[in-house]
Design a protein around this ligand. Sequence first.
Ligand code: FAD
Length: 286
Amino acid sequence: MKIIEIIGGERPSLSFEVFPPKTDDKFESVMRAATEIAALSPSYMSVTYGAGGGTSRYTAAICASLSEKGVTPLAHLTCVSSDKAHIREELTHLRALGICNVLALRGDLPQGFVAREGAYRHASDLMREIADFGGFCIGGACYPEGHPESANDAADIEGLRRKVENGCEFLTTQMFFDNNTLYNFLFRLYRAGIRVPVVAGIMPVTNAVQIKRIAALSSAALPQSIVRIVDRYGDNPAAMKQAGIAFATEQAIDLFANGINAVHIYSMNHPDVAAAIKANLSEIIR
Ligand code: FAD
């Protein structure tokens, strides 16, 4: 099933994300986690591509396995280090596996990156390539607090407009911790005439180390309420996890209550976290 049909339906959509193993010997444990999350019957599951050092060749394999388990997969695909031949190979492989949803991304620029002649420069270039290839529902990333490389909000919105013009059918947000940030962003999209559905991405902060990584790697502002939770419970893993799940649950309830129909949980290969959030929302998403 295409993601656009899932998130455009009447029923609220709750989806989860997994990332492939960083090393081959971790493949089995990642598959176990993905299988446990799939057993929660989410609306769909996304599988990242090479993010955070994960091996990209497992993305398609994990997606295929999710399909077999009856869960619609969304395969991420980045283009920054690729060329046309490699992208076409990846798309041919995904198609052969029956995977029809791709989240098309540029990827983070490696240090000292210099674009080769003919290389893809932006996610929108990859989207055009996928649209020309045909048969895929294409999604893209968006940044309620602005992409760190964007000069200003207007430039950020222009980047998103190009994505939509080149075939992007839906957007998934970078994590954010203050829902008002998303509501303001949605207003900016609306004012710019960008009408594709937006999936709200939420990261449950369940340990103190994670918050340091988030602060270092993403532009998401950390509200005092999260900082206080980490200060108070950072040394108590069980309490920290409980508080992080409660915070993410509350965020999701507010989003659904305000008419957001699709929430995506950055569940980081943690089936227990995904299960707890799903259980907390069971009546809301029924
Ligand atoms: P782009 O759309 O290319 O945007 C990058 C910057 O360029 C922005 O500032 C944008 O405004 C600007 N821009 C866009 N088009 C133009 C143009 N034509 N001219 C000038 N400027 C332009 N990374 C991974 O490696 N693997 C993953 O699986 C992965 N999954 C992700 C999922 C989500 C939901 C999100 C939010 C991010 C994900 N990332 C992933 C990280 C992502 O690749 C990085 O954030 C990257 O820095 C930007 O990707 P993009 O696709 O938004 O790029």
